[in-house]
Write a protein of this length. Structure first.
Length: 149
């Protein structure tokens, strides 16, 4: 049953990519999420980000598995973000609301506003940005992945 849930979640993520490219100004990033050196060693996932510079918006579909429930590392920070290198500061809080779809499998979808300058910087140098998902056990990030173009 868990494999079916993960498969269905990935299909939904794929549909989001197919339907998210309606406007020419939308850039799509498929981000493979994996444990960091200090993250959850058996966790994995995928994030599909659709960045629309004209609307100043980031839409996302995120699936994580073999992970505890995503949680804010501190109140008001959010459980998933886009960070910038080298310092790792948060540039976009994805304001995720993860829902459980199976044992240790969580999905979040939504859209958030972001400044045009931030989005333009991400689009100009996606290799300098990464997505990460936090849990209570791994407040520094359970999984993360680069937006490499």
């Amino acid at each position: 049953m868990r494999k079916l849930s993960v498969f269905l979640a990935l299909v939904l993520v794929g549909l989001g990519v197919a339907t998210g490219q309606a406007a020419a100004s939308v850039s799509v990033f498929r981000v493979m999420l994996a444990p960091t050196a200090t993250g959850d060693p058996d966790a994995s996932g995928v994030a599909v980000l659709r960045i629309d510079l004209d609307k100043q918006q980031v839409c996302y579909d995120i699936v994580v598995r073999n992970i505890d429930r995503p949680a804010e590392p501190a109140p008001g920070i959010g459980s998933a973000h886009i960070h910038v290198l080298p310092g790792g500061g948060i540039v976009v809080d994805l304001e995720t609301q993860f829902r459980e779809t199976g044992t240790d499998t969580y999905v979040a979808t939504g859209c958030v506003s972001a400044g045009a300058d931030v989005l333009a910087a991400i689009l100009a140098h996606p290799e300098q940005y990464y997505v990460n998902v936090h849990t209570a056990l791994f407040p520094g990030g359970a999984v993360q992945g680069s937006l490499r173009g």
